[in-house]
Design a protein around this ligand. Sequence first.
Ligand SMILES: Cc1cc2nc3c(=O)[nH]c(=O)nc-3n(C[C@H](O)[C@H](O)[C@H](O)COP(=O)(O)O)c2cc1C
Length: 180
Amino acid sequence: MKIRIVSASTRINRLSHRIALALKEELLQRKFDADIIDLKTLALPPFEERIDRLESPDPRLLELKQELLSTQAFIFLTPEYNGAIASGLKNFMDVFAKEPFMHKPIGVATGSTGAMGGIRAAYQLQQNILTIHGLPHPQMLTVGKMDQVINEEGQIVDEAYAKKQIRFLDLFLDFAQRLV
Ligand SMILES: Cc1cc2nc3c(=O)[nH]c(=O)nc-3n(C[C@H](O)[C@H](O)[C@H](O)COP(=O)(O)O)c2cc1C
């Protein structure tokens, strides 16, 4: 199964991206075709129009659209900013939705340096995913104090978090495999 983790952690000295790195590592260990779509590298401009309606879309974005279309399951990862998802993730959804996400399993992962793990952003993201006709999994991965549980290289350094990630992936992958 082809799985892409969309990382909306784009801040200078970002931390939530570690969640994406750790998820990718475990998915690769489980022999999935897994990779990260890093919105920091992609650096989408502020929203102008949906890709299908642009007169001369950037070939790089057309290539990414093909990559999204061939992806069977996604995990959307966002930090919580001011009680909401990162604007970069909303921008990404607005540019590419809905076709590449239609009826596909999408996992929700959020991060915060606080204790709540970005729960407000997580619930919003579930709603956003429904709006683009994706299928959000009910089990969300909310990661509090993420700088303390995953190191810079994306290695998990906290046993309780290791178990939490395994449980999230067990449930999400079971859901995704039933759908693809
Ligand atoms: C603009 C901004 C808004 C933030 N708002 C929240 C928030 O609503 N809830 C929260 O738990 N943490 C909030 N934080 C703290 C973040 O959890 C922390 O900065 C985290 O590292 C953000 O993820 P990132 O490193 O991937 O950007 C905010 C941080 C920034 C920069």
